[in-house]
Structure formats: C-alpha cells, structure tokens
Design a protein around this ligand. Structure first.
Ligand SMILES: [Ca+2]
Length: 576
C-alpha cells in the first residue's frame, strides 16, 4: 500500500485508539473539584495485606505522571479489560505495520526557524470544552474553558516541515493555583503542561519530537481548571550535548572510595548509555529480576530497595527488613544498589484505624503528624521521634558502609505531591528535614557511602547543590507509553544550580524506548521500574505486559546503549 494510505490509516487508527483509550489513560487522575488541585486518597479495597501488597499498590496511586494520585485503579483495570477485548493482537500488529511504514520514510526538512501559532479557539474540542472571550489578555478571538472531565479534550492538527525537536508552548492561565494537564502526541503521553498564574502566560514543553507532516497534539484533563489561549510551536534547534557534562564528585567530601568511584562511573556513562534498574523487594532472586532474566537473558544493573520495614513504627508492629542483606548480595554480584525509604510516621501520630492502618503510615492521610510544627520547634517530642527514626536507619546504613556497599540514597521522595507526610507541609519544612537528614547521617553518624538522590519533584523543593548528587523524578505516564518524557527531562536539567547534576528517572511504570531517548536527547542516567504489577503478575515470574510489552522489554535489556548487570565494569576499581 502507498505511504499516503498507510499514513491515513495510521492517523485514523491513532485517533480511534485515542478516543477509546484516553479514558483509561486519564481517568486515573482525581477529578479536580476546583479546590486548588487538592487531592484525596481513595484506597483500593484489596489493599488488605501489609508489606509487599502495600508497596506494590502504593505507587499506582501515588504517582501517576509525577503529579496526581491515581484514585481509580479498579475502574482503570475495567477499562483496560474492555479495550483488550477488541482483539488486541490484530490491533498491535496494525500499529506495528503502520509504524514500520511510517518511520523509515522521511523526506521533510527540519527548519530551525520554524514557528507556528495556533489559536485554541480554532482547535478541535470534545466534551464540555467551549470558547469564551470575557477574560482579558488573549490572542485571536478567544480562549477555551471546560477542560474538566475525562471526555474534555482539545486537539491541534500541527503540520511541520521536518522531523525533529519542537518546543510546545500552551499559553494558558489558571483558575487559581498550580495546575497541570496531559499532553499527548498521536495518542501517546509526552508530558504535562503546567500553569500557576491567573493571567495568560507561557507553559512550554521543551524538545518534543514531531514527525514530518501532520501530528495530532492533544490536551486532556489531569487537573483541568485552566483557560487555554493558544499553542505556539517553535523549532527547538540542535540538541545540546553539554547538558551531560556534570559533576562527578560527591557533595560529601568524606565520601568513601567506592562511593566516589560509583558516582564517577555514573557521570562517565551519562549521555552515553542508560543504566537499567528495577525495584524488587525480594532482591535478585525475586520475581521481577527472574522474570526479566527469563525474558531477556539479562539482569538489571541496578536493584531498588526500601528501608520501609526497618522504620521503628513498623518494627513495633512486628515488621522485619531483609533489604540490607539483599543489597549486600547484589553488590557482591557486581550490581548497583539504590534505596528509597517509605518512612512510616512515628507511632503517636498513626491513626491505625480500619481505613488508615498503621502500615499505611507513610501516607499523609494515615497520620496526623505535622512536619511544620516539628521543624518550627512547636512539637519537640515529634522532633525527637524523627531523630530516633533517622538513627534507626543510620544503623542499617552503617552495616552497608561496613560491607563497603555504596548506595544511591533517595530519601523523602515525591514530596511535592503531598501524599506523603514529609511533603504535606510545603517545601520549607521539607527542605529543613532533608538538610537535617543529610547532617545527621553525614556528620553525626559518619555515613559516607551515600550518593544523595533528591526526588522532591518540584524545583521549589530543591535543598541546594551542596546536598544533592543526582536529581531524580518519578514518572508513570500510563500503560505502554514508550516516549522518553523529554519535556520533563529538559525541565530537570535546569533545576539544579551552577553545579550541574546527573538527571535520573528514579521510578517509572512503563519503560521508555532507548532509541527514542537518544533521538530526543533525553538520556536519563538510569531508570528504575517499580515492582509488582509494573512488571509481573501477582508475585509470579510471569510478565504482566500491562505497562511494558515483552517485545519492548527485550529491546531495552538487549539494547547496546542500555547497561545490564553483565555489562557493568568492576565498580570496586573503576577509574583506576
Ligand atoms: Ca486565543
């Protein structure tokens, strides 16, 4: 068939997928109630068991596309099931064939001076989206409102002369306070448009790849509640490779020899290759690692673990952690270890009720702890309890230090979302706590095997260059979304100060396509796929394929620019 027919089929198909599929891609966001983007947690009925079950489920809810909680997992599952009944194998095959026809032929020419202004009021709209013109400051004949529900979409058909990177500026204003909404290219999520100002202002997604000819650029509701004036598309120009020239020396001047070598390795690889990572609360012998090995013949280079079960308020209820042993085992196997800490709030602050049991104590909703009062000195007992908890984790970190295991340490993660108590009082107390944690571990306990991975998720929460080795973000863009999230990557590149830091995708659901990461100059240092359903089915060794298909998993783990366990150098002597 001719290229044109394939192209038409492809666009029609993508539009169809979008119309049927966008519901389950976007309904995992809380319906905003116009209350400034506040969210509330709606728990799954089936989160009955503690430990693994809690951990597996929690990130489904907490961090879809690093902004809002997924509050509707059950509905999402139902939608997925319904869609799957439309003979997915044929559908996938058609997409593959259409893509195969699409990709190689590209006779366009990229124009570095390209600029195109498209008025939102002339775009295609669905649902309750409508044109208004009473608010001042717009261009053209008006702007759009009504992006409030899952059916409410705005689509621009954008024709560009050549394939390449383009900045997409969604000129918009907020109804009040910070808002973000999903941006999709031909039905695939590529990032979020963000706006805080109440007057029309720029909201730019940088370096989004568009292909020669027509691209369908769609905004769907994440939070909603914005006025959309126009979309301005500008050629981004050539990729800047200097962004990968980063600091390779730990911020802690007393960092151990192995810690220094590990950061040097990460800095050397940065921009050249991507290090594969996988969370797995049973270590290298757990279902995630075995499932990847069975499918690809490779193990991830990095193991993600958690100090959750070492937290005193969990230990008090009988929890015991094994992650320190898993870390030592993986280090001996030649791998890289990263740790998060789902910090269960101290016992006096836990509701421990039917709806909010003790083991959900890291969630804001399960505790009445007030970090601001603690950091302001109003709650002295709370301060002492936080120190007690830090000291308990320090004990475990010391075991790892004595075993000479360097750790990519990612505490106080996803703070700006507010769903964890350490992020519930705003950036100021969070930054105070982050610095306290740094000081207590480094200077009081003498722990020097840590590479500090900051994961606050918003620039206002950055504690300062002197506390951060790596800037990380967590992105859950939906199911089988393989774009590398270049807009977010480019945003993070600019978050740190003069001393440039490595940027990493510290948690992900689906795994991005490495070819697209190199194409888009969004070469994350490493990725870390979350455990459980993001990879396997119900704790078995069977791949779930819900987020990443086996074909993509194979592509990623056998890719010549993706580093797996067998491809790591000897990290004990690296740099000699
Ligand atoms: Ca307009």
């Amino acid at each position: 068939m001719s290229k044109r027919i394939w192209k038409l089929m492809f666009v029609l198909l993508m539009s169809t997928i979008f119309l049927f599929g966008c519901k389950d891609k976007v309904n995992d966001k809380e319906a905003s109630s116009g209350n400034g983007g506040q969210t509330k947690v709606v728990e799954n009925e089936d989160t009955k068991e503690k430990n693994t079950d809690t951990k597996e489920k929690k990130d489904t809810k907490e961090s879809n596309n690093d902004g809002k909680e997924n509050t509707d997992t059950n509905e999402k599952k139902q939608d997925t099931k319904d869609n799957d009944e439309e003979d997915p194998s044929n559908l996938d095959k058609t997409i593959e064939e259409a893509s195969a026809q699409e990709t190689p032929v590209d006779d366009g020419e990229y124009d570095p001076n390209f600029e195109l202004i498209m008025e939102a009021e002339e775009a295609e709209m669905t649902g309750k989206v409508r044109v208004e013109s009473t608010k001042g400051g717009f261009t053209g004949s008006g702007y759009l409102v009504g992006i409030e529900g899952n059916e409410d979409t705005v689509s621009f058909r954008v024709t560009v002369p050549g394939s390449g990177a383009y900045d997409l500026n969604f000129r918009s204003a907020s109804y009040g306070g910070y808002k973000e909404n999903n941006i999709l290219i031909n039905g695939e999520m590529v990032g979020s448009a963000k706006v805080e100002e109440s007057e029309f202002t720029d909201s730019i997604l940088k370096r989004i790849y568009l292909t020669t000819g027509e691209n369908l650029i769609t905004m769907t509701k994440s939070w909603g509640w914005i006025y959309l004036d126009s979309l301005i598309i500008t050629a981004s120009g050539p990729a800047d490779k200097s962004i990968y020239d980063v600091s390779s020396v730990p911020v802690n001047p007393n960092a151990t020899d192995r810690t220094k070598r590990l950061l040097k390795y990460l800095a050397d690889m940065y921009g050249e290759a991507i290090i594969s990572g996988q969370y797995g609360d049973r270590g290298i012998d757990g279902p995630e690692f075995k499932a990847i090995y069975n499918a690809t013949g490779k193990y991830p280079a990095m193991l993600g673990l958690d100090f959750i079960e070492y937290t005193p308020s969990r230990v008090a209820f009988g929890s015991t952690g094994k992650d320190v042993e898993y870390a030592i085992d993986f280090d001996q196997a030649g791998g890289i270890v990263t740790f998060a800490w789902h910090w269960n709030a101290p016992e006096p602050y836990l509701y421990n009720s039917k709806d909010n049991p003790w083991w959900k104590g890291f969630y804001t909703t399960a505790t009445n702890i007030n970090l601001k009062k603690i950091m302001d000195g109003e709650d002295k007992e709370g301060y002492d309890l936080l120190i007690r908890d830090i000291d308990a984790i320090a004990k475990e970190l010391k075991i790892l230090q004595e075993a000479d295991v360097p750790i990519l340490w990612r505490p106080l993660h996803e703070a700006s979302g507010g769903w964890f108590w350490w992020g519930a009082s705003g950036p100021e107390p969070y930054i105070q706590l982050y610095r306290l944690l740094y000081d207590r571990l480094t200077n009081h306990h003498g722990i020097h095997n840590l590479i500090w991975v900051w994961n606050g998720q918003h620039q206002d929460w950055y504690p300062g260059d002197e506390y951060v080795d790596i800037v990380g973000t967590d992105i859950y863009p939906g199911e089988r979304v393989y774009t590398p999230q270049a807009a977010k990557f480019n945003e993070l590149v600019e978050w740190n100060g003069e001393n440039k830091k490595i940027v990493a995708l510290t948690e992900n659901g689906c795994i991005f396509d490495p070819d697209l990461a190199f194409r888009d100059n969004a070469i994350w240092s490493y990725f870390g796929t979350w455990e459980g359903e993001f990879l396997t089915l119900n704790g078995t060794y069977t791949l779930s394929e819900k987020y990443t298909e086996t074909s993509m998993l194979k592509k990623v783990f056998t890719h010549d620019k993706v580093i797996t366990l067998d491809e790591l150098p000897d990290l004990k002597t690296y740099g000699d």
